[in-house]
Structures are given as C-alpha cells and as structure tokens.
Design a protein around this ligand. Structure first.
Ligand code: PXL
Length: 279
C-alpha cells in the first residue's frame, strides 16, 4: 500500500515553496499526496505585489467531502497557513482526520531571518502556538522558535544556546518533539536541535547561500521519511543532508534567492537514496 499524506498549506504559483515542493518531492519518495490548499498566491510573499486568496470557505467544503468519503491519512503535514481562520480550520482538520497511528507534522512557516513574513503579527503567532499542541512534532526555524517562546532573535550561537535551554517549554498537549532548523553552532557550522523524546543535536557544515524555500524542502523530505516509518533522528538527518546538497547545487543559479532551491535535478537522487536505505 502506498502511504497517503495530507498536505495542508498554500499554493504559491511561483517561487518553489509549500504545496508546489510537497507535490513533487513526496511522490518521488513513494507517497501519495492529498493536497489541501489553504490559500492561492501569485508568488510567495517575499515578492513585491503578490496576490493572495484565502481559501477557507473552499477548505471547509473539501473537508466535508473528505469526511463523507471517510478518507484516512497515514500522516498530516501542515505548513504555511495564512490567516487565523485557516489555523482554526486546520485544527478542526486534525481533530476530524487524526487516527491513532496518524503522525501530525507541523512546520509553523511564519518567519525567517528575525522577521515575520508579510501579513503576520503576534496574534497569528499566539494562535499558531495553540495549534502546535495538536501536532506530534513541530519544525520551527530559529526565528519561529524564538517568536513562539517570546525570546529575542539573534543570528548567533548564544541564541541557539538559549533555545537549547528553553525549547522544551513548547512541549504541551500532544506535542512530543520540537525540531529547530537553521541553528548556529561554531563558525561555519549550522544544523538542527531536537528537544523532547530522545532529543539530539545534528550540526553540519554551513553552505554560504540563503535560499528561499529551503525550509519547505527540508519539511517535505522530513515528513515523507516519518510517514515511511523512519525514526525522527534519521528522518531529520537525511532531510538536512538532502536540503544542503540541493542548496549546493543551487550555487550555480543566480535566481535561487527568490525563486527557491534548484531541487528538481536532485529528485532522482532522492528516490535513489531512499531506495538504498530501504534495501
Ligand atoms: O517558504 C515558506 C513560505 C510558504 N508560503 C508562502 C510564503 C513563504 C515564505 O515567505 O510566503 C506564501
């Protein structure tokens, strides 16, 4: 049986992020995607003049239909939502479709580099903190983890150190693991810290390139591996290595900053790596 993963996030028509990434990466990993778009945008919100339509009315209709069909999901992967109403509906989605074995993976996706994305404020972050309690694992980057914990953000090892000490405070409700991405370790080293059950640290070499959408690529690969039954540390390391390799690949392309990571030539490699691990 091919595992089925529900993906709840926006569709940005340009800029390689969110559903666009999930719908190409997850099938390459052997998963069936049930796509639930939360919003439709002309581009992601870092482009000047983007259009945005909140799809919450349609999301309610889709959820009602899926409920009538008694749809079952092996995992639910949630990313960028876009409004308080969409957060509320996503909470309802989890309550309606979560079965005992369904893993719920949430990437808060509301900020980066010390700032919130366009259109978000403290009220949005506070409501999202509530949603985190309904997930098994959350994947904030350092900016998002600081905002969720109401800590000041800095691009520094001191900031990572503060998160190591405080991340456990987010473990509430069903939440068992907080996996923080783009942490700063010593000079030239970046990586992951994971608080919660079997916590760990995974430092790796920093690639000198900041690519929009790299968090979404990491989250898709991570969610896919978890759905395939891999352990959390293995899923995190494999997803981090793959994302880093794709960013390296993007070094040749001048458009990477806004148009996202050049991951397409690496999809075959992803399929191969997963097959090798399985063998
Ligand atoms: O990559 C995260 C993301 C997803 N979706 C939208 C975004 C962003 C980041 O800016 O704007 C619409």
């Amino acid at each position: 049986m091919i595992p089925r993963i529900a993906v709840v996030q926006d569709l940005s028509c340009i800029g390689r992020c969110s559903l666009g990434v999930a719908m190409s990466v997850l099938p390459a990993m052997g998963l069936e995607v049930a796509a639930l778009p939360t919003a439709l945008l002309s581009t992601h919100t870092a482009f000047e003049g983007f259009t945005f339509v909140d799809l919450s009315p349609e999301m309610e209709r889709i959820m009602a239909h899926w409920k009538a069909l008694q749809m079952r999901f092996d995992a639910i992967y949630i990313g960028y939502l876009g409004s308080i109403r969409l957060i509320e509906l996503t909470e309802r989605f989890i309550d309606t479709f979560r079965a005992p074995q369904t893993r719920v993976i949430l990437d808060p996706a509301f900020g980066d580099n010390g700032a919130l994305y366009a259109g978000f404020d403290g009220t949005y972050v506070a409501r999202l903190r509530e949603l985190c309690r309904h997930a098994d694992v959350i994947l904030p980057n350092v900016t998002e983890a600081c905002a969720l914990l109401e800590l000041p953000w800095e691009d520094s090892t001191a900031c990572t150190q503060r998160l190591v000490q405080r991340a456990w405070e987010l473990l509430d409700g069903r939440l068992r693991n907080v996996l923080i991405t783009s942490c700063r370790f010593s000079e030239g080293w970046t990586g992951l810290i994971c608080a919660g059950d079997n916590g760990f640290v995974y430092p790796h070499e920093r690639v000198a390139l900041s690519c929009h959408g790299s968090g979404d690529l990491f989250a898709s690969v991570f969610a896919g591996l978890m759905t395939l039954g891999r352990s959390l540390p293995e899923s995190a390391r494999t997803a981090a290595d793959f994302t880093r390799d794709c960013i390296r690949h993007s070094m040749n392309c001048p458009d990477h900053r806004w148009y996202g990571v050049d991951y397409e030539p690496m999809l075959g490699e992803l399929t191969r790596r997963i097959g090798e691990e399985r063998a």
